[in-house]
Design a protein around this ligand. Structure first.
Ligand SMILES: Cc1cc2nc3c(=O)[nH]c(=O)nc-3n(C[C@H](O)[C@H](O)[C@H](O)COP(=O)(O)OP(=O)(O)OC[C@H]3O[C@@H](n4cnc5c(N)ncnc54)[C@H](O)[C@@H]3O)c2cc1C
Ligand code: FES
Length: 365
């Protein structure tokens, strides 16, 4: 270590005015101690819209637990943008993310990433992980919500002969279904895994009804797919409607972790739950240190408003969990888009991803 420090000191003399960190990063992009990075080692197209990106992380990365996610940063038009992605690889393997192209960052990642590209990273985090003790599991997923669960299945099923996992995965069509063939192969190979696909398009009942989603407003569909669902520890990840319905069903049926079987439901959301109609009148937002301002609608998170006018805003989950986006309020009031509550005192740290302007706002960034 002391040799490394000496080398860095020498480099500091030799590379001035370039910081030695920057110099080492030029030679080896994984060397930076300031910013965790990873080099893309493999890129696999999964479906028409989804791509798996495997990467080798540099110093400072912690091995992920199956089901966890990490913040991934990419530079788009010279601006570093961060989003969160579940790690789809099995625990103990080099990490990978599986990105579905739906917006600016995901489309850039899914369509433009090449082997050798450098990704900016933050360490894995999240509590959507396998239970400590083996239990019968039900995984309820749709679309890209399969990614954290895929990591769990890849980790658990081949290693534990006593695994008992039922996966119910919803996708529009077979072609849209992530990891379709691999899942069927795993289910063939390991009796502990049962895979039930629900292809929405195939559940249409008439010409007008071009597709029927898995219906969780009653227990009928679930009973048919997994008759003993009540006795299983359940994990769900997917679009908000699926998760809201699952939450309501588990609550209605009293399967809430308090029954004898200890069954319950753990949910991972990819987007925040915002209260409809919470947006107010909005206002001019001034980003004081960045010397920028923008007129922002009352339903636009301050984070989006800032990024929209070129301010480099700190962010993480973008859904009110991680608090990476905390920014001091200088003046004005903000509205919490999850609850509708208007708040704001001078110096208060604001979660910009879930708060919008409620009148003129000044932020210390
Ligand atoms: C913990 C966590 C794990 C995540 N894991 C994954 C993952 O494994 N794979 C993946 O593709 N994405 C994942 N996401 C979503 C991801 O972080 C981005 O939100 C998504 O890629 C859209 O970013 P964007 O810049 O392309 O679109 P933006 O322009 O930022 O957002 C477009 C809109 O899409 C909404 N949105 C976010 N995710 C979805 C979704 N899955 N389906 C429909 N709408 C959505 C956003 O709330 C936003 O309103 C995860 C998010 C979180 C918080
Ligand atoms: S970005 Fe995670 S709480 Fe705001």
């Amino acid at each position: 270590m002391s040799q490394l420090r000496a080398l860095r000191r020498m480099a500091s003399v030799l590379t001035t005015p370039l910081d030695p960190e920057d110099f080492f990063a030029l030679v080896n992009p994984l060397s930076s101690a300031r910013q965790l990075r990873g080099v893309v080692t493999r890129v696999e197209r999964e479906t028409a819209d989804s791509t798996t990106i495997h990467f080798r992380p540099g110093r400072g990365w912690n091995a992920h637990e199956a089901g966890q996610w990490a913040r991934i940063g990419v530079e788009i038009d010279g601006v570093r943008q961060w989003r969160s992605y579940s790690l789809s690889a099995a625990a103990g393997h080099d990490p990978a993310i599986t990105v579905t192209a739906i917006g600016t960052v995901s489309t850039a990642l899914a369509r433009n990433t090449r082997v050798g590209d450098v990704l900016f990273l933050d360490v894995p985090q999240g509590d959507f992980v396998l239970p400590g003790h083996p239990r019968p599991l039900l995984m309820l997923t749709a679309g890209s919500g399969l990614t954290p669960v895929m990591s769990m299945i890849r980790t658990l099923v081949p290693r534990r002969p006593d695994a008992d996992v039922v996966l119910v995965h919803c996708a529009r069509t077979r072609e849209d279904a992530l990891f379709h063939d691999e899942l069927l192969e795993l289910a063939d190979q390991f009796p502990g895994l049962t895979v039930k696909h629900w292809f929405t398009r195939e559940h249409g009942t008439s010409a007008e009804d071009a597709g029927r989603r898995l219906d969780l407003s009653s227990t009928t569909d679930l009973e048919a797919l997994c008759p003993d669902w009540r006795t299983r520890k359940a994990f769900a990840c997917g679009p908000a409607e699926l998760l809201d319905d699952a939450e309501a069903l588990w609550e209605r049926e009293g399967v809430d972790g308090t029954d004898d079987t200890g069954a319950d439901l753990t949910i991972e959301r990819f987007a925040p739950v915002l209260l409809p109609g919470t947006g107010g009148e909005g206002g001019v937002v001034v980003f004081e240190k960045s010397d920028k301002e923008v007129e922002a609608g009352g339903d636009v998170p301050l984070l989006d408003a800032g990024e929209g006018c070129g301010v480099v805003m700190p962010s993480g989950c973008r859904m009110g969990i991680c608090r990476s986006c905390l920014t001091p309020l200088v003046a004005g009031k903000v509205r919490d888009l999850r609850t509708g509550e208007v708040h704001g005192d001078e110096g208060e740290l604001i979660q910009t991803c879930v708060n919008a302007a409620a009148g003129p706002v000044h932020l210390d960034i």
